[in-house]
Design a protein around this ligand. Structure first.
Ligand SMILES: Cc1ncc(COP(=O)(O)O)c(C=O)c1O
Length: 406
């Protein structure tokens, strides 16, 4: 039977959103590689390490023990206890088991939180540069993203004044991603306290704390959550985390959030009508990750730190580029304003960060992602979640490509 090509009429909530630009860039790099091009791929947003064997073994045992059925919608008690313990010991956040929900990745929890709360016309404040998915998640749920430009002058961070100026009666959420994808910068306790003071004056605003990278930490100040420093916000903040990045478990799809009970109940209700629950096997593995020996996390963070420092030094030494030092995560977000206006050896003028990353890809064979995708130009993001050798080669190529510009 031949499958007819059809033109299905899609809902506006889908046609209004984009495919994630980072997924698209990674796909383009894969396509070029498959076509035989020698590409150094620095687009990847996931650890290059394998999930530790100790965690894999727990999952294998879970399968053997028949732990292969639906779990409670909000996650197994074992996993929620592990999350409760982790939030209490690392962040000083005390939460009851029924105020924790577990889903198929932090992404799903963030999406469902918006589905549960955002109505048409509601505004969600998103500091830029932002993780590419936030604006589209808001749009998919009928809301209006309010993008606040947070430039290098404020360390790529939201200031209390900018927050205060952006809040309106229609504001539903403010997103705080620390450490940030794409810049790696993180908020200090003092900065969070100052933002918390503004939020104290606006009780209708919820806080979406995306802390998925908070174990991949290099800064000399401790990781903290706005709820740790302003506990009064606990009844209107959702603290989101997961095992994807810290434990090299992106494919296991486990993320979670802790927040006010009515919000968590709503997320659970949505999950009960969509996926029923996250994978039982992945939940067993995630509980083992959180409660087991953390030595592998410490070791991998050391590796990320070395790579980040090396790439940061190298990029800063290239004429035309400059880069803020990250506090955590595994990305660098160099400023490329010094190459804008220059001309490539092929005679093309670089007018934007998109032109620059296309030039890097086509003439130097290095795949990165342009800053406009993250809402702040002219920058580009590169990931250090790749081997030291590949990273060195990537920096060599970027250096040569920049030198060749006139
Ligand atoms: C800032 C940020 N939040 C959330 C996620 C999603 O993580 P998960 O794999 O748990 O869905 C990512 C993944 O790239 C991310 O960069």
């Amino acid at each position: 039977m031949e499958v007819a090509l059809s033109s299905v009429k899609l809902a506006r909530r889908v046609t209004n959103i984009r495919v994630s630009p980072s997924t698209a860039a990674a796909q383009k790099a894969r396509d070029l590689k498959a076509a035989g091009r020698n590409i150094v791929d620095l687009t990847v947003g996931e650890p290059d390490f394998d999930t530790p064997d100790s965690i894999k073994n727990v999952a294998i045992e879970a399968i053997r023990d028949g732990d292969t059925k639906y779990t409670p919608v909000n996650g197994t008690v074992a996993l929620r206890k592990a999350i409760q313990q982790d939030y209490a010991t690392r962040l000083g956040i005390e939460c009851a088991l029924d105020t924790i929900c577990v889903g198929g990745g932090a992404k799903q929890i963030l999406f469902l939180a918006l589905t549960a709360t955002v109505e048409k016309g509601d505004e969600v404040i998103i500091p830029a540069p932002y993780w590419v998915s936030y604006p589209d998640m808001v749009v998919a749920n009928g809301g209006t993203p309010v993008i606040l430009r947070c430039g290098e002058d404020t360390g790529f961070k939201l200031t209390p004044q900018a927050l205060a100026d952006a809040i309106t009666p229609a504001t539903r959420w403010v997103v705080l991603n620390s450490p940030s994808n794409p810049t790696g910068v993180a908020y200090t306790a003092e900065e969070l306290k100052a933002l918390g003071e503004v939020l104290g004056r606006h009780p209708h605003v919820l806080v979406l704390c995306d802390e998925i990278y908070d174990r991949i930490w290099y800064a000399d100040f401790p990781a903290c959550s706005i709820v740790s420093v302003v506990p009064e916000l606990a009844d209107r903040a959702l603290v989101v985390n997961g095992v994807s990045k810290s434990y090299a478990m992106t494919g296991w799809r486990i993320g979670y959030g802790a927040g006010p009970k009515d919000l968590i109940d709503a997320i659970n209700k949505l999950q009960s009508q969509s996926s029923s629950c996250p994978s039982s096997i992945s939940q067993a593995a995630a509980a083992a990750a959180l409660t087991g020996d953390q030595a592998t996390v410490t070791e991998t963070v050391e590796v990320y730190r070395e790579r980040c420092e090396r790439a940061w030094e190298r990029l800063n030494a290239i004429e035309g580029l400059s880069c803020v030092k990250p506090d955590g995560a595994f990305y660098l977000y160099p400023n490329c304003s010094g190459v804008i206006g220059k001309t490539t050896p092929e005679g093309k003028k670089i007018e934007s960060d998109l032109d620059f990353v296309i030039y890097l890809l086509e003439s130097a064979g290095v795949a990165t992602i342009h800053g406009a995708a993250y809402g702040l130009e002219p920058y580009f993001r590169l990931s250090t979640a790749t081997s030291k050798e590949i990273l060195e080669e990537g920096c060599d190529r970027i250096e040569r490509a920049c030198k060749a510009l006139r």
